[in-house]
Design a protein around this ligand. Structure first.
Ligand SMILES: [Zn+2]
Length: 436
């Protein structure tokens, strides 16, 4: 696969995945197509060496793995982690609002969204809905309105002369999207809209009672290649669907002899503490079942490497002073190893050395990021997984601009470069034993 084919697949994956539920469904489809068998966590597992498997939890997190033919205790696991969620506007449980002649939906802000770019966008709505059908059975299904159905209009500058210098956004007051112009007697409501949408898209479903939902607004503008020479990819949810896609493509290529694994967790943007988040037991549960005996698992983990893939901050030409002068990653100059001595990233000198060595073998340059000493550092699933499992870990990601905007920007060469590195990693003899 070449760079442009890879990017075409990435853009399509992002467009098909407006929510973590849809991202997991997209990945599951690709895995099934590549011969991975779906496991249920409620079943007893009989794993065959050389076979490929995957499972999901809550429909929003996924683990896929190749059960290697080699002895897992001594050969370890090559693990890649990413996250399926992105900051967004999530619909409140009782969301219908009618005021001043408009129909709106109340929203919560999920994660650390950069809110300004959410204004004046053609938004659609997607997520998971649970209902009782006409046969009195409980069902959940995914829905995606796909078409633009809502906007958060800006306030005109004439009504806020300070908008370009001192604009503030009140999350409760200013961001409920507007869906329609209505009169007082209009019976429009979210339950009716959802019922209509479910019955239109899932033809066999008849909704007798709608029970609950988790819905996200998203930007309908598809991701695109942009720049004079198509140097950039712009799109929503690059953090972190880009890394999910890179990890997935790398696992699809992984050989049968060694155990390799991809975990894509939900809830990273809100701290990872959930049943399906990285600060929950999901990965440990699966590794325990892969290894069987506790001794085997402990030996295997110390022979393993966990690569936490999540985007990094590229140095911005208009805000260059926000970066440390020796650590300003440039877009299209390669994936970035992230280091923080206060353990906001889990990279250490040995795990970095292993990956640098692997990158050299596939001729990919890596960059390095450390936050300015006078600024606080972000974090991701790397340190959380490292402390949950005690596994040697490294944080890496492609350089991007506008992280947590509704439209982020990455380089058009870095995702493919990271894929080359992770594909090689999935085949690698890790050999990270210290010499004394
Ligand atoms: Zn992220």
């Amino acid at each position: 696969m070449d760079n442009s084919t890879f990017n075409a697949g990435l853009l399509d994956f992002i467009q098909q995945s407006p929510t973590p539920f849809h991202a997991v469904a997209s990945m599951a489809k690709a895995l099934r197509g590549a011969g991975f068998h779906q496991l249920l966590e409620t079943d007893e597992w009989q794993l065959t060496p050389g076979e490929r498997y995957f499972l999901t939890r809550n429909g929003s997190s996924l683990i896929a793995f190749v059960m290697g033919e080699k002895d897992i205790a001594s050969d370890g696991l090559r693990m890649v982690g990413a996250h399926t969620d992105s900051p967004c506007l999530k619909v409140k449980p009782i969301a219908d609002v009618k005021r001043y002649g408009y129909y709106q939906l109340g929203v919560e802000v999920y994660g650390g969204a950069l809110l300004n770019p959410w204004f004046d966008r053609d938004l659609s709505l997607a997520g998971r809905v649970s209902f009782v059908n006409d046969k009195d059975e409980l069902h959940s299904c995914l829905i995606d309105f796909k078409r633009p159905i809502a906007v958060v209009p800006s306030l005109a500058i004439h009504l806020d002369r300070e908008a370009n210098t001192g604009r503030t956004i009140n999350k409760q007051e200013h961001i409920p999207p507007v869906l329609a112009v209505v009169d007082e007697n209009d019976s429009i409501n979210l339950h009716a809209l959802l019922t209509q949408e479910i019955e239109a898209t899932h033809k066999q479903s008849r909704v007798s009672k709608l029970l609950d939902f988790e819905l996200c607004f998203y930007d309908t503008q598809p991701p695109a290649l942009t720049g004079l020479q198509q140097d950039f990819i712009s799109g929503a949810r690059l953090d972190n669907l880009l890394s999910c896609y890179v990890g997935l493509q790398s696992l699809l290529d992984a050989p049968a002899e060694r155990t390799s694994l991809l975990v894509c967790n939900d809830h990273e943007e809100v701290g990872s503490t959930s049943a399906s988040g990285a600060n929950g037991p999901m990965l440990k549960d699966v590794v325990t079942r892969l290894c069987g005996e506790p001794q085997v698992m402990m030996r295997a983990l110390q022979n393993s490497l966990f690569v936490s893939a999540d985007n990094a901050h590229a140095i911005h030409p208009n805000y260059a002073d926000k970066h440390e002068m020796n650590h300003g990653p440039i877009v299209n100059h390669g994936p970035v190893i992230k280091v923080n001595s206060n353990q906001r990233y889990a990279t250490n000198s040995e795990t970095a050395a292993v990956l640098k060595n692997i990158a050299t073998r596939v001729d990919v340059a890596l960059q390095s990021f450390v936050i300015r000493t006078d600024m606080g550092c972000g974090s991701t699933i790397g340190p959380i997984t490292a402390s949950e499992l005690g596994v040697p870990t490294l944080d890496i990601g492609v350089p991007t601009f506008a992280m947590h905007s509704i439209r982020e920007l990455a380089g058009s060469k870095d995702a493919y470069a990271l894929h080359k590195v992770l594909s090689e990693f999935m085949c690698a003899d890790l050999n990270i034993t210290s010499t004394s």
